[in-house]
Design a binder for this molecule. Structure first.
Ligand SMILES: C[C@](O)(CO)[C@H](O)COP(=O)(O)OP(=O)(O)OC[C@H]1O[C@@H](n2ccc(N)nc2=O)[C@H](O)[C@@H]1O
Ligand SMILES: Nc1ncnc2c1ncn2[C@@H]1O[C@H](COP(=O)(O)OP(=O)(O)OP(=O)(O)O)[C@@H](O)[C@H]1O
Length: 274
């Protein structure tokens, strides 16, 4: 069985108060980027619970036991999953604000849950996927969605971007999400994301804000540079995704980007379906 866990970007991201559990309530729209995905192959084997994971593509995404795919399997152990040998080809940049690890974990959890001997219903699956990470519940839905709470209170939304092109640029730095939350300062967007997104797309810039953008651009010069360069391409809208360092621009036509314009960065262009 082959799965294609895809990236996401955040359209607007407000960080509200810190909660008693140490997490923050957020207000965002998650947008799937199906054109940028990892490839995860699961070989189901006879016998009781056991799993192996091989990560290919020369990408370092930490110790195998800490991989969200293995953690997803471990969460399912009480429900008698089949033995499985897994291979992951990473294509989504790691630690990039694109939710790559979260997507891998959520896709693996959903697929293996269906094959457990003890039933894993929708309610239990929703609890388990949030244990994996705050971005993970979105990937079970994988449609444009307003996310509140830690990101698990999800509601489908329509966004007026069908046919638009997404230029996604990731500078060669990893950002730890926990560290990024510590960089936030007083300034926060006062405009709820659903209000901003209801405006025409050409009014989003300056209204639909990511609270991480200013502090992360201040802390990481490569992010500031990519944001400046993106602006010169005159996108309809551009912003930081998640806690960075990835920056995206939305264009009505295929963006023309001279060779080497984002030197050293991972660059991808995809047309959006929504
Ligand atoms: C920034 C976003 O990517 C926006 O979509 C997410 O909110 C982050 O989600 P994530 O990477 O799945 O984050 P988690 O793995 O759950 O948490 C990593 C760390 O980020 C902080 N964290 C994360 C999510 C959240 N709503 N509040 C937080 O304060 C916590 O310090 C936590 O220990
Ligand atoms: N399958 C995986 N792919 C990538 N990273 C993983 C995976 N499993 C665990 N990780 C760990 O998670 C860390 C964050 O990686 P990830 O690519 O998910 O970040 P991110 O895109 O910034 O996430 P988010 O947007 O959800 O905050 C990595 O540094 C790595 O140690």
């Amino acid at each position: 069985m082959t799965l294609y866990p895809n990236a996401k970007v955040n359209l607007g991201l407000r960080v509200l108060g810190e909660r008693p559990d140490g997490y923050h309530d957020i207000d965002t729209v998650f947008l799937p980027v199906v054109g940028l995905h990892d490839v995860l192959t699961l070989h189901l084997l006879p016998g009781g619970p056991a799993c192996t994971l091989e990560v290919g593509g020369g990408v370092d995404c930490g110790a195998v036991r800490d991989n969200l795919i293995v953690r997803a399997y471990e969460l399912l152990r009480p429900y008698a999953p089949p033995a499985v040998r897994m291979e992951l080809r990473k294509q989504i940049p790691v630690g990039a604000g694109l939710g790559g690890g979260s997507a891998d974990g959520a896709f693996a959890l959903a697929a293996i849950a269906q094959r457990c001997q003890r039933a894993v219903g929708a309610g239990l699956l929703a609890e388990l996927v949030l244990e994996l990470g705050s971005d993970c519940p979105f990937f079970l839905l994988n449609r444009p969605a307003l996310g509140r709470g830690r990101g698990e209170r999800l509601r489908s939304v329509s966004v007026p971007i069908a046919g638009f092109w997404l230029l996604l640029v990731t500078p060669p730095v990893h950002v730890s999400t926990g560290w990024a939350f510590g960089q936030l300062e007083g300034e926060r967007s006062p405009i709820p994301v659903d209000e901003a997104i209801a405006k025409p797309l050409n009014e989003w810039q300056g209204l639909l804000l990511n609270d991480f953008q200013c502090p992360i651009a201040r802390a990481i010069p490569q992010v500031a540079e990519v944001l400046e360069r993106m602006a010169t391409l005159a996108p309809s809208y551009y912003a930081l995704s998640g806690s960075g360092p990835s920056v995206y621009g939305l264009f009505p036509q295929h963006p023309e980007c001279p060779e080497g314009f984002f030197s050293g960065c991972h660059v991808s262009v995809t047309q959006l379906a929504w």
